[in-house]
Design a binder for this molecule. Structure first.
Ligand SMILES: *[C@@H]1O[C@H](CO)[C@@H](O)[C@H](O)[C@H]1NC(C)=O
Ligand SMILES: *[C@@H]1O[C@H](CO)[C@@H](O)[C@H](O)[C@H]1NC(C)=O
Ligand SMILES: *[C@@H]1O[C@H](CO)[C@@H](O)[C@H](O)[C@H]1NC(C)=O
Length: 367
């Protein structure tokens, strides 16, 4: 009896020790996994930087080792079209609140300095006048809008709706009187006559009503079978849109966001995506390029330099999913940073870098 008691107590203690050791072991395992992942992802980030800088930004294919950066062409990776006049440090700048605001001030002065003369001062183009960035398109443009917004300080934001909803299928707007800035997102997932009419009006109406910068991208919904997936119709609509976009690009800055690649498999099921996949995206991108670049080639409209960031993101997701399967213990709590289950919207880790490129392109001349 006492023997049994002794042994059952001993067993309990032994079990407790075992459990404690198992616990310590799993903590140790968890820490090593986290450390490994951190090291790997830092290497990975370094690789991205290396890739990014060697293969693209500092490519030596152009004359006199001129990188696209030095020649002021950050959004279009195909060609170097214009040389930056004078000055310029030829370095990719990191944009923070301060630099972003400085840039908006400089842009404002450039656009509106002569608007302040008394004879055109009125309630529309007078003191209430704001620099207007319009983002127009589907959820991929919306995500770019959000990432642009993250670099702008909230001194006195007024937003509509308030607060801004995250997965919203609808228009949104943020204004700041202090920065004299208006950022709008127009939810237009389908390239139809409404969109074409808006662009036509902006191109032909007086400058008072037209945005100063337009970031546009309307494609992926046209690939959905549920929406008809009519490639021919899409090309026709592009053809209708192109001349107005060309006209608008003459008087505002127009940036058409090229379609990023996607993760080819749905996160949960692992099934191949038969609606939206890279080969199809490539076909749509080519249609856009031929509609917009053929006749308006001087206009630097297409932004395709951030593809490389998303390609790396997707590669990262592939490794991440594999590693997760192996370790079962690492998950990313903040899904906005990286969310590999979302096959079509790259996370903050890629889009924030894309937003940096956009700021560099628009603002570097002021620094
Ligand atoms: C165009 O699509 C939008 C949805 O994005 C819809 O609200 C609008 O009515 C459509 N316009 C036409 C002319 O079909
Ligand atoms: C842009 O403006 C120039 C000069 O005003 C004009 O010659 C050209 O046709 C315009 N381009 C488009 C696409 O409207
Ligand atoms: C480009 O211009 C040519 C001739 O001016 C015209 O035939 C063609 O349709 C135009 N292409 C687009 C996409 O506007």
């Amino acid at each position: 009896m006492s023997n049994l008691l002794c042994c059952s107590i001993w067993n309990k203690r032994f079990n407790a020790i075992l459990k404690w050791n198992a616990f310590k072991f799993s903590v140790f395992l968890l820490i090593s996994v986290v450390v490994t992942v951190v090291i790997l992802s830092r290497n990975h980030a370094r690789n991205i930087e290396a890739d990014f800088s060697s293969s693209y930004l500092f490519s030596s294919s152009s004359p006199a080792n001129e990188s696209p950066l030095c020649s002021g062409n950050l959004l279009d990776k195909r060609q170097i079209r214009y040389a930056k006049e004078g000055g310029g440090s030829c370095q990719l700048l990191h944009y923070n609140f301060e630099r972003a605001v400085g840039c908006f001030d400089a842009l404002y002065e450039r656009h509106y300095s002569d608007w302040n003369s008394p004879h055109i001062l009125n309630h529309i183009n007078g003191p209430n006048r704001k620099l207007h960035f319009a983002f127009i398109g589907d959820s991929r443009i919306r995500q770019q809008f959000f990432n642009f917004l993250k670099l702008i300080p909230d001194y006195d934001w007024e937003s509509q709706p308030n607060p801004l909803p995250s997965g919203h299928h609808g228009d949104m707007e943020v204004t700041s009187d202090i920065i004299r800035l208006r950022l709008s997102f127009q939810w237009r997932p389908i390239l139809n006559d409404t969109v074409i009419e808006t662009i036509r009006q902006w191109a032909t109406a007086s400058a008072t009503y037209r945005p100063n910068f337009i970031v546009i991208g309307i494609t992926v919904w046209h690939m959905l079978h549920s929406e008809g997936a009519d490639f021919k119709l899409y090309k026709e609509k592009l053809k209708e849109l192109a001349p107005f976009l060309g006209q608008l690009a003459n008087v505002s800055r127009v940036i058409w966001l090229n379609q990023y690649p996607v993760i080819e498999k749905y996160g949960y099921s692992g099934a191949m995506n038969t609606d939206i996949f890279s080969e199809k995206i490539h076909r749509y991108n080519k249609a856009v390029t031929s509609a917009l670049q053929q006749n308006y080639s001087g206009m630097r409209m297409i932004w395709d330099s951030s593809n490389i960031l998303v390609e790396e993101y997707i590669r990262g997701c592939f490794l991440y999913v594999r590693r997760q399967r192996e370790s079962h213990s690492f998950s990313d709590p903040d899904h906005s940073y990286i969310n590999c289950l979302d096959f079509t919207h790259p996370g903050y880790s890629a889009l924030s870098q894309a937003a940096q490129l956009l700021f560099n392109d628009i603002c570097n001349e002021f620094y």
